[in-house]
Design a protein around this ligand. Structure first.
Ligand code: HMG
Length: 363
């Protein structure tokens, strides 16, 4: 397979988690639901929530500041700022403008927002890579941010899957990870999850969303396999990362891959436990962070990876669009400096109780 390898990719990485969280068992007690439904049925643990003064913008800017500090370049070396989000602040003004205000970025830079549900951050990353690969960047780097605050209407079945986080990348050389230019996309128009103009919370066709996610997985990995046995192809990857709306969704998708490829139960479980589950460690603390969910997992497995280790990253966004990317760890992956972001934010955040959550949501 021609992976279209280049020396382009992620030069630096930063994450930002908000300052509060709710344990899903407290939510279960509040809503009168068996906690096992949330923890075992959906695989959820904690819901990251914004505190006073926090928003999708401060999360995005917080992640970006950390990525930029690790990079060492100057704002003048940036030619592109793209923010992938579905937590739009405005129907016209891009989130990138709000973030640029926070970062003090202005001048000879293209700045915009990308939207495609949870796939929006991946689209932003792809565009930055392709901009670099095309030569249009004139040697400049891109700042790419995936940032979201995922809230459903109070009492919605999606409520236990809520969350928030931001991941930022400087796209330039591949010192953290090279991203292959070849990727495997699949899209089909569907109303599985959408938020009409003027509405605060998404509408969801839950069962259809699960079906679309599984279909997208099967189609993207089929393209990656390119006629070869998929389990053999995946053997080359140290980890296989997925968009994580809730951890059980990922398990269901891997089981679907197993069925589609005729794997035994043992092969499917071994793949899930050894290569998929470890990528979801940080997602358990954030909940679904929409555009940032997949990249939180990728950041987790890249941290500490040996140079040359290969990773697969499956992005899904309702609507629906999906894309499977492949990456190779670079020399800075082993040190995994961005682990400190997660450690610091987890150590300093506050667990809120059900009453505080109720006051925050208003119902
Ligand atoms: P629900 O309908 O309330 O849950 O909400 P359920 O009744 O289907 O139960 C869920 C699981 O819990 C089931 O397990 C039950 O058996 C089990 P399964 O059969 O699926 O293996 N269960 C229990 N287990 C242990 N003890 C118990 C118990 N009770 C039940 N007592 C739903 C589920 C996913 C629909 C809801 O959470 C929802 O609407 N979520 C939002 C949509 C979503 O996340 N979809 C995922 C794919 S779409 C996607 O990823 C895109 C997205 O991120 C948005 C974007 O792209 O921007 C969402």
């Amino acid at each position: 397979m021609n992976t279209g390898s280049t020396n382009l990719g992620i030069a630096s990485l930063g994450l930002k988690l908000p300052s509060r969280y709710l344990d899903v068992r407290d939510l279960a007690a509040l809503r009168g639901v068996d906690p096992d439904k949330f923890t075992k049925g959906l695989g959820c643990h904690e819901i990251a929530l914004c505190g006073e003064g926090e928003s999708v913008v401060t999360l995005a800017a917080g992640a970006a500041k950390r990525a930029l500090a690790r990079w060492g370049g100057s704002p003048r070396d940036l030619g592109l700022l793209v923010v992938g989000t579905e937590t739009a602040q405005d129907m016209s003004r891009p989130l990138s403008a709000f973030v640029a205000d926070e970062l003090g970025l202005r001048g000879a830079i293209r700045s915009y927002e990308t939207k495609h549900a949870c796939y929006g951050g991946t689209v932003a990353l792809r565009q930055a890579l392709e901009w670099k690969a095309s030569g249009a960047s004139r040697g400049k780097a891109a700042l790419v941010i995936a940032s979201d605050v995922a809230l459903y209407a109070p009492k919605d079945p999606g409520e236990p899957t809520q969350g928030a986080a931001a991941v930022a990348f400087v796209v330039d050389d591949a010192s953290v990870a090279a991203v292959d230019l070849e990727s495997f996309a699949w899209a089909e128009p569907a109303f599985d999850f959408w938020r009409p103009v003027g509405e605060s919370f998404p509408r969801v066709d839950g069962p259809l969303s699960l079906e679309c996610y599984e279909k997208a997985t099967t189609e993207c990995f089929r393209q990656l396999a390119d006629g070869k046995p998929l389990d053999e192809v995946l053997a080359a990857f140290s980890a296989v990362c997925f968009h994580v709306p809730f951890p059980k969704m990922v398990k269901k998708a891997v089981m679907k891959l197993g069925e589609a490829n005729g794997w035994s139960e043992g092969v499917t479980s071994a793949l899930f436990e050894s290569k998929v589950m470890p990528a979801m460690d940080w997602n358990r603390h954030t909940g679904n962070s929409y555009t940032a969910a997949l990249w939180t997992g990728v950041a987790k497995v890249l941290a500490g990876a040996e140079q040359g280790a290969r990773f697969a990253a499956f992005s899904y966004g309702s609507g629906f669009g999906s894309e499977l990317l492949t990456l190779t760890a670079g020399p800075k992956a082993k040190e995994g400096a961005w682990k400190a972001d997660v450690a610091q934010d987890l150590a300093s955040r506050t667990r809120i109780d059900a009453e505080t959550y109720l006051a925050y949501r208003g119902a």
